[in-house]
Design a protein around this ligand. Sequence first.
Ligand code: ADP
Length: 523
Amino acid sequence: MNAVGRETPTRGLSVPVQPIERDAAHLLDALEAGVLILSRDLRIEYANARWARWLELAVGPGTSFASLLHENVAFVQDELRAALADGEARTLHLNLLGGRDSAPRRVSCCVRVAGDGLVLEAHADADDERVALHDTARRLAEVTDMAEVLRTLCDIATNQCGASGAAVLRVVDHQGEVVAAAGDLLPAQGRCFDLDGSLLEKAITEQVIVSESQFRDSGRPLMRAVPQLALGPVILAPLHAHGETLGVLAVARGVGAKPFRAREIDRLRMLADHAALAVHKSMLLMQAQSADRAKGRFLATMSHELRTPLTALAGYNELLCDQVIGPVSDPQLDILERMRSVTMHLSAMIEEILSFTNLEEGRELVRPSEFLVADLVRASIAVVQPMADQKKLSLDVVLPKSPIRITSDIDKSRQILVNLLGNALKFTDTGGVRVVVSKTASDIRIDVTDTGIGIAEEELTRLFRPFAQVDAGLTRRHGGTGLGLYISRRLVTLLGGHIQVNSKQGVGSTFSVVLPLAWDGRN
Ligand code: ADP
């Protein structure tokens, strides 16, 4: 790997401490940062322990720095010489040769002129940071449920910050609350504490990382609330995303443990920044889901409440129309008929909303029975015939010669067919609607074809989504909830079949339902 003319680093030797005092050398070795001193001719004069670890070997005095580089040797040398010439600090990203059998290491460092030579100060092993970041992003992306996100976050924080426990704290109703915890902080899980004088309050109001070296002796509100916590050093980083402070991420070590180092504090900061986004995303999802559930409950309650008086209205209307109470004049009968049609329309809409909420909550059960397909088609035609008559549209049925028996849920099958027929008639003004039934070895197929307005190709994929209406203006003319096709598709799936559409704008549409001949209701 070494280029011709480059020296091989000497193994097994250390750079002598000279001219640095022995104590200072110990101090430099204890640093998380890598410190390297180069002479004017770019040879190593001193490397602290961290640099030696990165190089995975001890480098000899006078080793050429270039011989330690895996790539960009000329560029790095030019930059170092330029720093010596202009005295300006610069940042360099180095790819260092690893030790025997190990891959090159990436290190970012700041180069400064010091005395006659250069000091290269690298704050972190770039590989470690990248791996940690990648691991954090990957693990947080895998979970969406809030409790799971917070639990994962506590685990990651404990591991990556060299802690013995971690927790996420939030302000809830003017109090602090430990919403998730791991390790030594587990006894605090779910506990509330006063905000006044707490580290949580300080981190949130000052928007900075805060720390305590002996938490057990601090008399902080959390300590008072959970006296069994045996915590020594503690650090807290605010979780801040999209202008909102969502809480804090805390890591801790046991009583008597070493304080957190600069690198671990940096890790916590990085973790908190990443985690805040994941927590925010999960919060939005939770809010959307709870709003969706609330909407579902509201729709279900409203539909139930509306259905009862509507049924009564339909009943009274029928009594009047059938003239059971007494004779009514023709103009009165005409008005009663209109009332009946409006009531039926309202009932159909309410039934649709009820079906939707039942399906969404998984409450729709399949009740299989054996029946003749001809009976199913006849019953469905009977429901929509008045609409065809009113619009003066033809309504034809083509059945196979021999009767077909199937085992399925007849009510759901009828609901699907009535919906398709209703749509076909609704969106057709001239011509008519034809139902064709055919059979294969294992399925029946029902095609509902109309000569109506048709559907543009780009709209076809949207059709089966809830509340999807192709053209709001047009649909307003025709009314409807935009739920019919969505419900039909869900019901067909529940019955083990599928639904498809073929349509040409201005020509007409065919909606086809395929159902298995025998379905026991087990999906
Ligand atoms: P709704 O009819 O209550 O609006 P649907 O889910 O049954 O809701 O239908 C969604 C949309 O699909 C309709 O608003 C209409 O734009 C279009 N559509 C459905 N069936 C047909 C059809 N046979 N011909 C033309 N457009 C249709």
